[in-house]
Design a protein around this ligand. Structure first.
Ligand SMILES: NC(=O)c1ccc[n+]([C@@H]2O[C@H](COP(=O)([O-])OP(=O)(O)OC[C@H]3O[C@@H](n4cnc5c(N)ncnc54)[C@H](O)[C@@H]3O)[C@@H](O)[C@H]2O)c1
Length: 330
């Protein structure tokens, strides 16, 4: 198996790369190494992969990689991924997530790849007050991030319908686990709690998300690479849904830190209250089911971050600047 992985130095992509390399596959990674990418995630298998520090918006360089490597399959993880940041800096999200995806689809079509796994997000369905969304529900993206991901998602489907490029679309719920950048709720809470700093929570912290542990997510993607039907869309979720405040309180308890560290800040306008997806289709197609319950996964994530504090604290200067722009006081 010869796989080209975009965004392979990111949180989820790197876990897939580690797994694929351990399976003895030929892995080609394309990653721009933005603030979100980090080669440390790939250290244990670095000498077993071909790494290209390339922007997916650089079509000429991308084409050279396709010409040289001739990958059988493409797993497209590369993206700008911070939803809150997309509200204040949307253009880079449209460039990377939409134009970058088009370039990859064009090249995958030109070089006749056997499967293109397009990684997208449950945010594309938009807010849902009750129940859950399945793959046939209409998309209703509400943030610039979700708009860019829905565009990437639909472009992939168009390439299947119009050109028979074998695209499988994977809509992930919120993923958490080791190696996640502290711009996301769980590692941010751990980092701030360890520094005894106030933890900013939008509104009353009542927004609800669905949470899946990293290794369960990557196992699902691997199974969809093997067994996913081309042209189809698959939701990948756990069914485990929690409010933000509930998660933050659990982490503080695990770290033996006081709840007084929580600081409520004004919510951002249009913040979607609840996302929830139905993941029966992947279960029926591949036999996949999540194995790590949230409580266990959260504990493992807290422990991983405690043992890897140096990494967690590494880009603090970047995140401090980001937080100051995102979380404004009254
Ligand atoms: N993490 C989640 O909870 C979650 C949920 C749903 C969907 N997703 C999707 O899963 C994928 C991976 O998410 P993640 O959390 O690992 O993201 P991440 O932000 O940790 O990693 C993104 C990676 O893409 C790279 N990248 C960004 N712009 C690039 C460009 N122009 N060219 C090449 N590389 C570029 C970055 O350097 C980084 O290594 C994304 O497509 C994201 O939209 C993630």
């Amino acid at each position: 198996m010869k796989v080209l992985v975009t965004g392979g130095a990111g949180f989820i992509g790197s876990d897939f790369v580690r797994l694929a390399a351990r399976k003895g596959w030929k892995v080609i990674v394309v990653d721009k190494l933005t603030y979100a990418g980090d080669m440390e995630r790939l250290k244990p298998i670095q000498d077993r992969i071909d790494f290209y520090n390339v922007d997916i918006l650089d079509k000429l360089e991308l084409k050279k990689i396709f010409e040289k490597q001739r990958p059988q399959t493409v797993l497209h993880f590369a993206a700008e991924t911070n939803i809150d940041k997309s509200v204040i800096e949307p253009s880079i999200f449209m460039e990377t997530n939409i134009i970058g995806t088009i370039y990859l689809l064009e090249l995958a079509n030109e070089f006749k790849v056997e499967k293109f796994i397009n990684i997208t997000s449950y945010e594309e369905y938009g807010e849902i007050k009750e129940g859950e969304r399945d793959e046939d529900c209409p998309l209703n993206p509400r943030s610039p991030y979700a708009v860019s991901k829905a565009s990437s998602d639909m472009l992939g489907q168009v390439y299947w319908r119009a050109l028979k490029l074998p695209v499988v679309t994977v809509r992930l719920c919120s993923i958490y686990g080791p190696w996640q950048n502290p711009e996301r709720l769980i590692p941010m809470t751990i980092l701030k709690a360890l520094r005894n700093e106030q933890i900013p929570i939008y509104g009353t912290g009542d927004i609800i998300r669905e949470w899946l542990y990293l290794c369960d997510c990557v196992r699902a993607i691997l199974l969809l690479l093997e067994k996913g039907k081309v042209g189809e869309v698959y939701n990948v979720g756990s069914g485990e849904r929690f409010t933000v405040i509930e998660i933050v309180k659990r982490i503080l308890k695990m770290l033996d830190k006081p709840e007084s560290l929580i600081k409520f800040v004004p919510d951002r306008p249009g913040h979607e209250k609840r996302f929830a997806i139905n993941s029966e289709k992947i279960k029926n197609t591949t036999g996949w089911a999540p194995t790590t319950k949230f409580e266990l996964g959260l504990r493992a994530t807290v422990e991983w971050n405690l043992s890897n504090r140096t990494w967690l604290f590494k880009k603090l200067f970047y995140y401090e600047d980001l937080w100051s722009r995102l979380y404004k006081e009254e």
